[in-house]
Ligand binder design. Structure first.
Ligand SMILES: [Zn+2]
Length: 125
């Protein structure tokens, strides 16, 4: 399916609009609404997770076998999947009244694209 391939090709969490943009190349008749509907179906089925980060539109990601950390670029705000292992999930004691059912590891920094853009020669003083 075109939507699924969009995720596989881009290898990072995508907004519904980005999914549509990629999938429509393969399937020109595909509508944005269909993408939305399919994504929420998959979220309910557990095939896709929806991740919400502050200041970001909702992102969708195909559930892969392994948990991997995310990276947010401070320059372009893009969210990446980092293909690396994270040490164990921290052991926590939730405050009373909190039910915790998920955990995310997020790293911040500058992505390779922005890094090469800013470290280009002739910008220094
Ligand atoms: Zn960047």
């Amino acid at each position: 399916m075109a939507i699924e391939r969009a995720f596989r090709v881009s290898k990072r969490p995508l907004t519904a609009a980005e999914v549509h943009e990629l999938a429509v190349k393969e399937m020109p008749t595909l509508g944005v609404r269909t993408v939305f509907r399919r994504l929420s179906e998959w979220v309910r089925e557990g095939r896709v997770v929806r991740v919400d980060y502050p200041g970001q539109p909702p992102l969708y990601e195909i559930v892969a076998g392994q948990h991997h950390p995310h990276f947010i670029c401070r320059d372009c705000q893009r969210v990446y999947d980092l293909d690396m292992e994270v040490a164990d999930v921290p052991v926590i004691n939730p405050p009373p009244g909190f039910l915790i059912d998920g955990q995310e590891t997020i790293f911040y920094g500058v992505c390779p694209a922005c890094l090469t853009a800013t470290s280009a020669p002739a910008t220094g003083t």
